[in-house]
Structure formats: C-alpha cells, structure tokens
Design a protein around this ligand. Structure first.
Ligand code: SF4
Length: 473
C-alpha cells in the first residue's frame, strides 16, 4: 500500500455556547474551517439545557451534515470534532464526540491529541468494571471524567488531568456549559473567541473568522475554561509542566491564517523559509514550492535569496490520501494524481524546490523527476525543518522510526535517493530561532528529546506495531 508523505494531525475540536444562535450550524461552519485537521469523520453534539442531541459520521464535514440533521441538533450549547485516524481504525464507533449520560446529565467529549499512558488507564477502567465501546484514548478520558466522583465538573476535570499524561486539547459538553481543557504541556492548540450571544472554543483561530467571532485569547497549558450563559471563566486545572507546544503546528499542520503563540502562522512559515535561505543558499533561477503547505516557506526563501518565486507545480484540490501499490511506476502515478508541472515556468531553469518536511521520502523523488521531465535543468531541494528522525506519540500520525527516511539515511544518501542536485534541511537552531522559541516547544521528532519520561519503551512497542494497536489509533 502506498502511503503519502504527509504528516497527519489527529483531530480538530470546536465548542460554542451562544443563546439565540443556531449553534449546530455555527459548529458546522467551525468544523468546516478545521477540516484540514481531520478528514475521516466528523460529529456535533448539542444540548438545550436538558437533553443532548448527536449526529456524527464518516467522511468530510460536508458529507456528514445536511439541512435535516442540523435541524435536529437543537440547543444553545454545542461541541464538534473532525477526526483523522489511520486506516485500520476508521470506524464510525470511533468517530467523535462521544456522549454518555451521567447522574448530572449528558456528558460529551471531543479530543485532539494522544495520551501516552492510555493503555494503563484503559486497563484500570476495565478492572473497575467500566465497559468500553471503542479502542480510543478519548473514550478513556470520557470515562475518567464520568467516574471522577462528586464535586462539580471543574473538580472532575482536575481529577482527570492528574491522571492523564500526554497531549489533549478537549471540548467537553455538560447540561449547562461547555468546557475547554488544554494539557499541562500545551502540546496542542486551543483558542477562545467571542461572538454575538456567546463564546466559542476551537483548535485554531481560523474557525473564528468563518463564523464572525473574534479572538479573546489562547488557552494556556493546564488551563480549564468554562463557557456558559453568563460568559466565560478560566481556572488552572493542573500546574503547567515543561512546555512543549508542537513545532509541527507552526511548520505544517495549522492553517496559515491561524494565530498560534500570538503570531500568524503564514508569517512564521515565511520566517522559516528566510532562515533556510540564509543557512542553505544555492545559485538558481526560480524558487518553487511544493504546494500548498510549502508555499509560505518558499515565499520566505525567495524573499531572502532574492531569487524569483514561481509556481512550478499545481496541486489537485480534489485528491485525498492515495492508497496504491508501492511499485515505482504506480508511486509516480500517485504523485502525478496529486501534482502537475508547469513546463513553461520550468524549462531550462535551475530550480530550488522548497518543501515543509520530508517524512518517508516517497514523494520527493517522483516530484524531482517530474520537474526534470518538465524541463528543469537542476533541482535543489530545500526543506523548511530539520530531518525527522523520531516518531511522535503526542497526536501526530507520522510513521514508525523504521519508516522515517532521515532516521535511516544520511542527508547525502537521501539526496541521491530522491535524485536532486542538492538537498539541505533547516537546522534545529535555525528553526527555533525562526519560531522565536528557546524552549517551550516540543521538537522531539527532530531531537528525540521527548517531554515525557517514557517514550523509549513506546518507540520499541511502536516499531513492533504494538503501541498503535494498544491505543487503537
Ligand atoms: S514529536 Fe514532533 S510532531 Fe510530535 S508533538 Fe513533538 S514536535 Fe509535534
């Protein structure tokens, strides 16, 4: 099976409390803006203060929802979710949000991230007699909340946070409020916004513009925010840990029009490109991005190098992931389905091809060949992040270490493998400088320096295919 060379985020979350507004419809538009964070399933749960209503399904947001099912989703509270998962677990029962009934009314949850201690927590729940319907760590969080015992929901969330280790940005719906929770490491983003009639929560601020909301603030690591009919309140849920915001949110995942860590992602990516041009200059005639994710980095490279920016590849907007047999011939077809060259722009040119990242390295070679076939005289590949050598356990479906090309080959070997005239990656120092981050960011997939103490056994398990199975993700 051919797997594309993209990294895959695992989910986007959305929450809203707005009196007198069609919250299901607003959640639908919010999820639409977060579609890039998960394309395999979507769902919305609403509540009118008494009962909850849910609709979820497999596919894109636009495929899951229609006039009829949005009409059914009544209330002034809503949470929503877009899901990505690996193929094996693309099942409807794993689609979120999850909804259960408690003595205090409905409880629904949407989760972005990955708990690294989910197998232990799962076992503890099963030993306590809690039945689980799915194979996800998100359901584990739901039952930790449901079974946390007395007190209000903030107390229960705090109890859950004391047990959960890993990445979690959550939206939680109860009978009378929506809560947002960000893990104490701040691995995944979560933002709070304001709109007429209430407040909203989302993985990224790009969801706000779509629904006419404005940014209030980013939820800080370890914080809980409650939004209800009276407004919003933020409290600390757990003490902040070693801060570890995912660098890949800045490099690749987040939409360029989102604000992360106080800065516009598009601008951060241009900075990464400018730094790359400083570190890895080359004599060339044009700078060409691998669209669309490499575009801002290429603009930055062109700005700094003073080499003209040009489009050389057009990406099909209608292709999702491609699953085909891994022969060279079919791999080329897979890439050709996704990209087409613009020969008039490329003929006789020395090209700098700028990509945001290289994961398995199975797309770069066919792309370099495509540029050459279209007439490019030289192709110099520049990558706007350092070599990816370590897998991620914090909510990104990357690959096991044995599949990561930079974990197994030197830069020169990769250059030869992809058939480029030269290849250079951004340095770790250069990346952190462009992100303006001395610390506070996770860059474990480049350095192996994980924010948690336990990843090495997990790496071994993952390479044996056990970790993914245990989590079902
Ligand atoms: S290991 Fe990499 S992808 Fe995973 S959270 Fe850290 S920076 Fe992000």
């Amino acid at each position: 099976m051919y797997v594309d060379d993209d990294l895959h985020e695992e989910c986007g979350v959305f929450g809203i409390c707005a009196s007198g507004r069609a919250v299901a419809r607003l959640a639908f538009f919010g999820l639409y803006a977060l579609q890039h964070r998960g394309q395999e399933g979507a769902g919305i749960v609403t509540c009118d203060g008494r009962v909850a209503h849910m609709h979820k399904g497999m596919g894109l947001v636009s495929q899951v929802f229609n006039e009829e099912n949005l009409q059914y989703l009544q209330g002034h509270l809503a949470i929503g979710h877009t899901r990505y998962s690996t193929t094996g677990s693309s099942k409807l029962r794993n689609a979120q949000p999850y909804l259960v009934e408690t003595l205090d009314g409905p409880l629904a949850l949407g989760h972005n991230g990955n708990l690294i201690n989910a197998p232990q927590l799962r076992r503890e729940l099963l030993e306590r007699g809690v039945g689980l319907q799915t194979s996800t760590d998100s359901e584990v969080i739901l039952h930790l909340l449901a079974g946390a015992g007395g007190g209000d929901w903030v107390t229960r969330i705090r109890i859950m946070m004391a047990k959960a280790e890993g990445a979690y940005s959550l939206v939680i719906l109860t009978r009378d409020a929506v809560y947002g929770v960000r893990d104490p490491w701040g691995l995944r983003p979560l933002v709070l916004g304001r709109l007429e009639g209430g407040h909203v929560l989302a993985s990224e601020s790009c969801a706000f513009a779509t629904i006419g909301a404005e940014m209030v603030e980013e939820i800080k690591p370890g914080e809980i925010v409650r939004i209800d009919a009276d407004g919003y309140e933020i409290v600390q849920g757990a003490p902040p840990q070693r801060l570890a915001f995912c660098t890949f949110e800045q490099i690749y995942f987040a939409r360029p029009d989102s604000l992360l860590d106080g800065r516009l992602v598009h601008e951060v990516r241009q900075k990464l490109g400018r730094q790359l041009a400083k570190e890895a200059p080359v004599k060339a005639d044009i700078v060409v991005p691998v669209p669309d994710s490499g575009t801002p980095h290429a603009i930055g490279y062109a700005q700094k190098s003073k080499i003209p920016y040009s489009e050389g590849l057009i990406k099909s907007r209608y292709i999702g992931r491609t699953f085909i047999q891994p022969t060279d011939e079919l791999r080329k077809i897979g890439v050709a389905m996704k990209f087409n060259p613009l020969p008039d722009n490329l003929k006789g040119k020395r090209v700098v091809l700028v990509d945001d990242s290289i994961v398995r390295g199975n797309t770069s070679g066919p792309l370099v060949q495509m540029l050459r076939d279209a007439g490019a005289k030289e192709v110099h590949v520049r990558v706007a992040c350092p070599p990816i050598k370590w897998p991620c356990f914090m909510g990104v479906d990357m690959a096991s270490q044995s599949e990561l090309i930079a974990a197994n080959q030197s830069v020169d070997e990769i250059c030869e493998h992809i058939g480029a005239n030269s290849l250079a990656y951004l340095s770790i120092d250069g990346m952190m400088k462009a992100l303006k981050a001395k610390d506070g960011y996770c860059n474990a997939c480049f350095t192996g320096d994980y924010p948690f103490a336990t990843p090495i056994p997990l790496i071994e398990l993952q390479d044996k295919g056990i970790f993914q199975q245990a989590l079902g993700d």
